[in-house]
Design a protein around this ligand. Structure first.
Ligand SMILES: Cc1cc2nc3c(=O)[nH]c(=O)nc-3n(C[C@H](O)[C@H](O)[C@H](O)COP(=O)(O)O)c2cc1C
Length: 191
C-alpha cells in the first residue's frame, strides 16, 4: 500500500470517529532564523501531489512559508490513537484551484477572509466587526471574489509517517520516503 492510500483510509476512519474537525492538522513553519511556530489549519485537499490548506498569504505563516518554502504537518486523531506526520517543501496552489475552493466557502467566510488582516495587531474587536460590515456593503448584490492575499499552499511530502498506539508504549511507526522512481520506500522506526 502507498502512503496516500493509507492516509485516505485513516482520514475516512477519523471522519467517522472524531467529534470535531477530523481534517484539522497542526502546521509548523519556521522563520528565516529557524525559529519555529505552529498552529492548526484545516486540510482542504489531498491527492498524490500533496496536502492542501488555505490561508491569508500575508499572515505570519504565509510570510514564513514564502521565506523558507518548507512545512511540517501533524494530524492527531485522539479517539483512534493515531498520528500522521508529513514534511516537505510547499508550493502555491494554482489560481483556478484557489478560486474553485474559495467559491465553495459560505458567504460569511468569504467576507471574513476580506475583513481579516490575519496575524496583525487588532486594537479592538469592534474594528474587525466594522471592517466585516464594510465588506458586506462592498460586495452586496454580487459574488465575493477571492481576495488577492488569500490562497492555498500544498505541502509536497518528502516523509510521511504513520504512528499507531500499541500496548506498553510499544508503538508502531511506519515511515514512507520517495524511492526516486515515482514510488515510495517503506521502513520502520523505533517508537
Ligand atoms: C481547528 C482549527 C482550524 C483552523 N483552520 C485554519 C485554516 O484552515 N486556515 C487558517 O488560516 N487558519 C486556521 N485556523 C486559525 C489558525 O490556527 C491561526 O490562528 C491563524 O491562521 C493565524 O496563524 P498565524 O498568525 O501563525 O499565521 C484554524 C484554527 C483551528 C483551531
Amino acid at each position: 500500500m502507498d502512503p496516500h492510500s493509507i492516509f485516505e483510509a485513516w482520514l475516512a476512519e477519523a471522519r467517522e470517529q472524531e467529534p470535531n474537525d477530523p481534517a484539522a492538522m497542526a502546521l509548523a513553519t519556521a522563520d528565516s532564523e529557524s525559529r519555529p511556530s505552529v498552529r492548526m489549519v484545516l486540510l482542504k485537499g489531498h491527492d498524490r501531489r500533496g496536502f492542501v490548506f488555505y490561508t491569508n498569504l500575508d499572515s505570519r505563516k504565509g510570510e514564513e512559508l514564502a521565506t523558507t518554502a518548507r512545512a511540517a504537518l501533524l494530524f492527531h486523531w485522539k479517539s483512534l490513537r493515531r498520528q500522521v506526520r508529513v514534511e516537505g517543501p510547499v508550493e502555491a496552489v494554482s489560481e483556478p484551484e484557489a478560486d474553485a475552493y474559495f467559491a465553495t466557502r459560505s458567504r460569511d467566510s468569504q467576507l471574513g477572509a476580506w475583513a481579516s488582516d490575519q496575524s496583525r495587531p487588532l486594537e479592538a474587536r469592534s474594528i474587525f466587526e466594522t471592517r466585516y460590515e464594510q465588506m458586506k456593503s462592498r460586495f452586496e448584490g454580487g459574488e465575493v471574489p477571492r481576495p488577492p492575499f488569500w490562497s492555498g499552499w500544498r505541502v509536497v511530502p518528502e516523509r510521511i509517517e504513520f504512528w499507531t498506539s500499541r500496548d506498553h508504549r510499544l508503538h508502531e511507526r511506519r515511515l514512507f520516503t520517495p524511492d526516486g522512481e515515482g514510488g515510495w520506500s517503506e521502513g520502520l522506526l523505533y517508537p
